[in-house]
Design a protein. Structure first.
Length: 323
């Protein structure tokens, strides 16, 4: 039952038109150049169970005004609609963010000032093979009505990746929505593997009584489906669908592994459907692991509505590693 409620909440968020955090942050964050991976722009290291690590961040205020912000540890997660994101200070630490020993701290930077901070981490003795991605985040408390309140520096920790479960991109559900006259299909992809997944995706939409005709076909790459998370891929349609029976075919390719599933749905009201209404949501029938999923806040929508709408899957096995 809770899975259905979770999917309903996801659908509501999609229909409500929530967006990704925008660019334009006032603060700038960086790490030690001699340790940062130049291609990923992140700390990337192999770890040993029981190790202690330290990571330095440099926070710069390039503006001409004083800024107060919150320095905190966050869990990496896919952004709404694709890309990279991370949790807010109020979200629980369910992944490797829980390994940091430093508490959240308020920092104040004068105009043009740069300050450096050290974040200490204790690797659990019971860590299992896999990839663990956290973010050292800065939450700008002065941008009260902006979606661009946080910036972060990723910390990617690898442990025996050759023994870890390979990354996945399993299509789990499809949602058709109509918002302000614009129709779209949203696909949820699950990665219960133990490292980052960046699959190729192909989406085809057909009418069930004429499968030979493609109504839409979209091909793309889905960025940053972290281990143990759900990502969202959205394909906009040229026009709303007329009443009828449809099938969405989703194929993901990750190396030599291909996942392919079909999601049927019905459109009954077509173009006359009220704006913001979800026509249909359908899943693949396979249960998501109980205790593995949760909703987290991701952004501010408008000036007064702060609601969390990102779906993050935390596999029970991975969560238990931090205990």
């Amino acid at each position: 039952m809770w899975i259905r409620l979770l999917l309903a909440a996801i659908v509501f968020c999609i229909a409500a038109g929530f967006t990704n955090p925008m660019d334009g942050q006032q603060l700038v964050i960086s790490g030690d150049s001699d340790r940062i991976n130049p291609e990923l722009g992140a700390y990337v290291e192999d770890i040993v169970p029981g190790d202690k690590r330290e990571y330095t961040v440099h926070v710069t205020n390039p503006t001409d005004e004083e800024i107060t912000a919150l320095l905190y540890a966050a869990d990496a997660m896919p952004a709404l609609g694709g890309g990279k994101d991370f949790t807010l200070p109020s979200d629980p630490d369910t992944g490797s963010a829980a390994w940091y020993r430093a508490p959240d701290r308020s920092i104040t930077l004068k105009a043009g000032e740069t300050q450096s901070f050290t974040m200490e981490m204790q690797i659990p003795d019971s860590v299992e093979p896999g990839q663990y991605v956290s973010v050292i985040g800065v939450y700008d408390q002065s941008m009260r009505e902006s979606a661009a309140r946080k910036i972060g520096l990723r910390v990617v920790l690898n442990y025996k990746l050759d023994e870890a479960k390979p990354p996945e991109a399993v299509p789990h559900a499809a949602v058709y929505t109509l918002e302000n006259g614009k129709a779209s299909l949203t696909i949820l992809l699950v990665n219960e593997g133990e490292s980052l997944s960046e699959p190729e995706i192909e989406v085809q939409l057909k009418q069930q009584d004429d499968v030979s005709e493609l109504l839409i076909e979209r091909k793309s790459t889905v960025d940053s489906i972290y281990a143990g998370t759900v990502a969202q891929y959205m394909a906009e349609l040229n026009r709303p669908l007329s009443p009828g029976s449809y099938t969405v075919e989703v194929k993901t390719t990750l190396g030599n592994r291909i996942e392919q599933k079909e999601f049927p749905f019905e459109v009954t009201d077509g173009r006359t459907m009220p704006s913001g209404t979800v026509i249909q949501a359908t899943g693949d029938g396979s249960p998501l692991h109980e205790g593995s999923f949760g909703l987290r806040p991701s952004c501010v929508y408008g000036s007064s509505l702060l609601i969390l709408v990102i779906v993050v899957v935390v596999i029970r096995r991975r969560a238990s590693r931090t205990e």
